[in-house]
Design a protein around this ligand. Structure first.
Ligand code: HAM
Length: 419
């Protein structure tokens, strides 16, 4: 029996409906916030991701799907959008357009992770980025407010917490990193095996270790907040005041560091307790050096963005009936006799032109056609038989009430518009 690859999923039925609902709803929010759509390739040269996300990050060191193509080029399946989007901005000179650049993307991503609830090898994201030149919190606030609006509009009932932290500029982060490394080196033998591995290459990631012993050791460790420059401190305090003014609840989470190297300044995650260990729904932050780094200093743009995991969002939404296609299936046309099928098809196109969902049902006889229409949740059927055709009428039946009307062919569209 053929199986799907571990960590990948087929979406059908309820989950497929939820998937479509999320994309539609989020695309609407993107438009309301004036984000343009940007679709980029699923495959890129692997180097697009290697330095940007960071060689020592989990994604690059063990999760990237990459292969040599037939001309010996190292190709990678995208593990995230951000680096690919920066590549697209540089390859297409989009940075010459009037700033800010605001992009919305969505689609599949690939990471060779150990599959578990909320962690897939192929998963899907909605992704937002703003590229700009401002040195204040305006676009960060715009992004946080957008993320907040998105979650509210999806009708998620579960409690969600916004966690924020400030990583500072690369200077302060490097100083802190060295201090943290010195502190942890002295306690190395007591650290968890995973943190011992991270100690040399990426000590900051130890901060979000889930191990209890690591957390205890970290209680006395130097604090990142003590290393922030005055400017960063001020911006972080301003951000918190502004979030309060906008009525967006948050907590400062001093150990939030994120698993991708390109972040600077403020990072954030929207988390919930109800998804198990993989608790982040939307996550992102500022990355003010990535454009400069990827363009080798030729272009300099600040940036801020976030991505949300569609599978994790789907697990949290309870699709209300009003959004469900099942409740929107309106009309089935039942041609009684093979010679009437083309006529039924013409009729169905006319009815679709007035925006009613319509399908033709073909079965052995009318009884079967009606049974199928009920099973497939249609609210009304139009019965088209030769007798009716000769009289220039059709029969419209309401499947809930059983009420049936003979309608003149010429007034059918008017009648249908009222149901
Ligand atoms: P990320 O934290 O790696 O950030 O992923 C963002 C979200 O994608 C996560 O919070 C989660 O909901 C979902 N996600 C990640 N990995 C998986 C997985 N294996 N299975 C299911 N869902 C997953 C980024 O990708 C950054 N590019 C976000 C960003 C955009 N930062 C700035 N702009």
């Amino acid at each position: 029996m053929l199986q799907n690859i571990r960590g990948t999923s087929d979406f059908f039925g309820n989950n497929a409906e939820k998937f479509d609902f999320v994309i539609k709803n989020v695309a609407q929010q993107a438009q309301l916030h004036c984000f343009e759509s940007l679709q980029i390739p699923i495959i890129e040269y692997a180097e697009v991701f290697l330095h940007s996300i960071g060689e020592s990050s989990d994604i690059v060191s063990k999760e990237i799907y990459s292969f040599l193509d037939k001309s010996d080029k190292q190709i990678a399946l995208r593990p995230e959008f951000t680096a690919g989007i920066v590549r697209a901005i540089l390859s297409n000179n989009l940075y010459t357009q009037t700033l800010p650049l605001k992009f919305f993307s969505h689609g599949p991503l690939f990471r060779y992770e150990r599959p578990q609830k909320g962690r897939r090898r192929q998963f899907h994201q909605i992704n937002f980025e703003i590229f700009h030149k401002r040195d204040d919190n305006l676009h960060l606030l715009e992004i946080l407010s957008l993320a907040n609006n998105i979650l509210q509009n999806l009708g998620i009932k579960t409690a969600i917490q916004l966690q924020i932290n400030c990583l500072g500029d690369s200077n302060s982060r490097e100083k802190f990193s060295t201090e943290l490394q010195n502190f942890l080196n002295k306690r190395k033998d007591n650290l968890s095996p995973e943190s011992q591995l991270r100690l040399q290459k990426n000590p900051l990631r130890i901060l979000d270790s889930k191990s209890k012993i690591d957390q205890e050791i970290l209680q006395d460790a130097p604090k990142l907040s003590d290393f922030l420059s005055d400017n960063c401190q001020k911006k972080f305090t301003d951000l918190q005041n502004n979030l309060r003014n906008l009525g967006i609840d948050f907590v400062v989470q001093a150990n939030l560091v994120r698993g991708l190297d390109y972040y600077s300044d403020v990072v954030f995650e929207f988390v919930t307790d109800s998804l198990g260990a993989q608790n982040a729904i939307l996550a992102g932050g500022c990355y003010n050096n990535l454009v400069s780094q990827m363009s080798e200093g030729k272009t300099d743009l600040s940036a801020v963005g976030f991505a949300g995991g569609i599978e994790r969002i789907i697990d949290l939404i309870d699709l209300q009936d009003k959004f469900s296609l099942k409740k929107h299936k309106k009309l089935a046309i039942l041609p009684v006799g093979d010679n009437l099928q083309i006529m039924a098809m013409q009729l169905s196109n006319q009815i679709r032109n007035i925006n009613l969902n319509t399908e033709i049902i073909i079965e052995k006889n009318l009884k079967k056609q009606l049974q199928t229409a009920v099973k497939r949740n249609f609210s009304h059927v139009i019965i088209v038989g030769q007798d009716e055709l000769d009289k220039n009428i059709v029969i419209v039946r309401d499947l809930q009430s059983g009420q049936q009307n003979e309608i003149l062919r010429d007034s059918l569209l008017d009648f249908m518009q009222k149901i």
